[in-house]
Design a protein around this ligand. Structure first.
Ligand code: FES
Length: 155
């Protein structure tokens, strides 16, 4: 069913709660708290029935991003899978002064400016990053995740 599908190229992004309104780069402001989001098909189906589809959106000045992160970002907006690559918990803790996404289960740290690279384990694999672009002022999915979603270990 469309609501179970992974984010598809051409999808919009919407907040996980409230009205499903297509997000813009301004909604995900530089220096603001990250936004949890799902993809929404062009005809308005929010792909929310699989929790592994959850995204965390952050926003930087493009010049502050690594090349890999920048390639997949849209005007500095980046979308990461919230599913920790260690054992699949939701990695949604945000440490702004370290530009770090932290998993609450076993404390893995991922670099938000650098393509989700592992800064600190036990995760051994980076967070998947979804490719984005901006079309008509809206954030749109431009490419599939750059690596596999999900945890490598069962806890
Ligand atoms: Fe994230 Fe273990 S599931 S650190």
């Amino acid at each position: 069913a469309p609501e179970d599908m992974r984010p598809q190229v051409g999808d919009f992004l919407v907040r996980t709660k409230g009205d499903p309104k297509a997000l813009t780069p301004e909604d995900v402001g530089v220096g603001k708290k990250p936004i949890q989001a799902f993809a929404m098909s062009p005809d308005g189906v929010v792909r929310s029935s699989d929790f592994e589809n959850g995204l965390l959106l952050v926003h930087y000045e493009p010049a502050d991003l690594s090349d890999d992160a920048k390639k997949l970002s849209a005007e500095g907006v980046l979308a990461y899978s919230i599913i920790c690559t260690h054992a699949g918990c939701e990695a949604t803790n945000w440490i702004p002064e370290e530009n770090t996404i932290e998993c609450p289960c076993h404390g893995s740290h991922f670099d938000a400016k650098n393509n989700g690279a592992v800064l600190f384990g036990p995760a051994s694999r980076k967070l998947p990053q979804l490719g984005l672009e901006v079309k008509d002022g809206k954030i749109v999915v431009a490419a599939e995740f750059d690596s596999r979603i999900g945890g490598d270990e069962t806890m």
